[in-house]
Structures are given as structure tokens and as C-alpha cells.
Unconditional design. Structure first.
Length: 333
């Protein structure tokens, strides 16, 4: 874009925001990790619908890729310049984003983390998110029961080192499976003797397939695969299918996107813990409007819910069926 066009766009944005401020509309920013991931697309839809219903103006931005901290920092600075008094953010880098958040809060901006906490979590005013440790516990309990006494030889396809969400889901899974595990506050990945291979998938289907292929070289007799999310689970299934092992391995995951729920129905994934991005965003917008109108900031952690979805229920573990998961899923039916 040529410089005059950039200036015109900036002027239009600021002019629109000035009109919103003059009209008494709260200005709220939403910064997601990416614009294309269906989870964040649904989050943006939820924020937009809530902003319209609450009479607020929504500004949105995102990193180019998961892990693009610089892109998120730029989006935050632009939103503050445009008059946002609340910023909702899903941090790509839970530590690197903190200086930018500190600057925003010093200017009186309320910052709420959605989905992923910062490290430390109290760097933001509040967190609206799935209880990721509980999400892991649910699929761990399910996997243990569904295994039916077969030897537990577990592969974990994780996110990447040090990320709170990745650690909480992984460690919760171990806990639910009945194995020794760090508690929910730890960002270190636990490892039990039953875990025969651990690999990073970055939540990506292709990387998940490669990671599973590598783990099969180390542990060809795997019986259970835990994955950080459903794209990684789909990649793991592809690798197992290529090796002719897909019928003998139980895959469990977390997210509850529509594609993932279809995979549960098709038997690709045995069970998944479903989370609700639209609810996270809607609650964040409501908190931003309340702050603008009353001066009261949100604080602490708010659990936005998680539900175990399984095609085949198992005794002693509460779950909902695929139809329920489909009714509540995100990312396109």
C-alpha cells in the first residue's frame, strides 16, 4: 500500500473511533494469534456479535502466524492509539508480550487474556479461558477407561516447550490417566514411565503426522496417543494409518472444533474435550463495556467451560455424544 493510502486508512480508522467515542461507544480491541484458525475466527464472531449487542465498537487484529509476538504488539499499540480502553488478547508468546501489556495497563487500558494465560498469569487484569488442566484430565480419564486393561504405551504430541496451555493439557491428561503429573501451575511437561515418546506438533496437522511417524520409529507398539489439538490428532491418525496401526491405537485430544467432532464421529479420535471460544470473547466484550461504563475492572480467572465429547461412552466417565458436540462446535458444520 502506498504511503498516502496508509495515511488515509489510519485517518479513517481514527476518525471512526473518534465518532464512536463522541457517541459514548466503548472501544474494545481483540487480538488473536492468527486470523485464519477456525478457533479464532469463531472468537472474532463472538466478539463482534457481543459488541453490536452491547453498543460497543470492536477493533480486531492478529499475528501473521502462531508465535508472532511482534505482530500482536503492533496491533496493541495501534488499538491504544485508536482509543481502545479494553484489549482482549490470546497471547502468542506468554512471556514476550508482557512488556507491551504492562505499557497498556499503565495507560489505564484493561487487558484481558482469552484462551491462553500470560506467564505469569497476573500480568493481565483477568483471564477468560477453558480450564485446560481439566480438559486434559477428562480425556486422560476417558483414555484409561477405554483402554480396558491393555498395557499403556503412550505417545504425547504436544504444542511446544514452555507454553502454559500445552503444559496444562499434557499434565492434566497424565493426571486423569492416573499417572504422576505436575500440578496446573507448572509449565513443565510431566513424564511418566508409561510415556514412550514425547514430540512437539505445534498444533499443526502436517507436523503432527511427522511427529507421530518419528514416534512410531521409537515406539511401534504404542496404544494411546494424546494430542494438543485435533489437527495434530488428524496428523497422528494419518501416520498410524500409513503404518497399518490405526485400528489398534486410541487417540484423544482437546478443542471441539467441527472438524474434530466429525473425526470423533468417524472413529479417528476416540474423545475430545470441547471448549467455547465464542463464549470467551462475548464475556470479554461484556467486561470491557462494564469497565467503560462503571470503571470496574474484571479480575482473576473465569472458567468458560469444557465438555467431554465421545462417540462411545465409557463407564465412570461423564461425556456427551457427537450430536451435542456438533451443535456446540465451531469452525463450520
Amino acid at each position: 500500500m502506498r504511503q498516502p493510502a496508509r495515511l488515509a486508512l489510519a485517518s479513517l480508522l481514527l476518525g471512526s473511533t473518534s465518532l464512536a467515542l463522541a457517541a459514548g461507544e466503548p472501544v474494545i480491541g481483540l487480538i488473536t494469534k492468527t486470523e485464519t484458525n477456525p478457533f479464532f475466527v469463531k472468537m472474532k464472531e463472538g466478539a463482534a456479535a457481543a459488541a453490536k449487542a452491547q453498543g460497543a465498537k470492536l477493533l480486531s487484529g492478529a499475528g501473521k502466524t502462531d508465535g508472532d509476538n511482534a505482530g500482536q504488539v503492533t496491533a496493541m499499540e495501534n488499538m491504544i492509539a485508536a482509543g481502545a480502553k479494553t484489549i482482549l488478547i490470546t497471547p502468542s508468546d506468554s512471556k514476550a508480550i508482557i512488556p507491551a501489556i504492562r505499557k497498556a495497563r499503565d495507560k489505564g487500558v484493561m487487558v484481558i487474556a482469552l484462551d491462553s494465560p500470560t506467564d505469569p498469569a497476573d500480568a493481565t487484569d483477568a483471564l477468560f479461558a477453558t480450564d485446560n488442566y481439566k480438559a486434559g484430565v477428562l480425556i486422560g480419564q476417558y483414555a484409561r477407561a477405554a483402554l480396558g486393561g491393555k498395557p499403556a504405551k503412550i505417545v504425547t504430541l504436544d504444542l511446544f516447550p514452555g507454553h502454559p496451555v500445552g503444559a496444562q493439557r499434557h499434565n492434566g491428561f497424565l493426571k486423569g490417566f492416573g499417572l504422576a503429573a505436575p500440578d496446573a501451575r507448572s509449565n513443565e511437561l510431566g513424564k511418566a514411565p508409561e510415556v514412550v515418546c514425547m514430540a512437539d506438533s505445534f498444533g499443526d496437522r502436517a507436523k503432527g503426522q511427522t511427529a507421530m511417524e518419528n514416534c512410531l520409529q521409537k515406539a511401534p507398539d504404542v496404544t494411546v496417543v494424546y494430542t494438543i489439538n485435533e489437527p495434530a490428532a488428524a496428523g497422528a491418525h494419518n501416520a498410524l494409518k500409513k503404518a497399518g496401526k490405526e485400528k489398534n491405537v486410541l487417540i484423544v485430544s482437546v478443542d471441539g472444533g467441527c472438524a474434530g467432532i466429525k473425526d470423533v464421529g468417524a472413529g479417528v479420535i476416540a474423545a475430545t474435550s470441547q471448549q467455547y471460544p465464542l463464549k470467551m470473547a462475548a464475556m470479554g466484550v461484556e467486561a470491557g463495556v462494564a469497565y467503560a461504563r462503571t470503571g470496574k475492572k474484571a479480575s482473576g480467572y473465569t472458567d468458560t467451560g469444557v465438555t467431554l465429547i465421545a462417540a462411545k461412552p465409557v463407564a465412570g466417565v461423564e461425556s456427551k455424544d457427537v450430536k451435542t458436540g456438533t451443535d456446540l462446535c465451531w469452525g463450520g458444520k
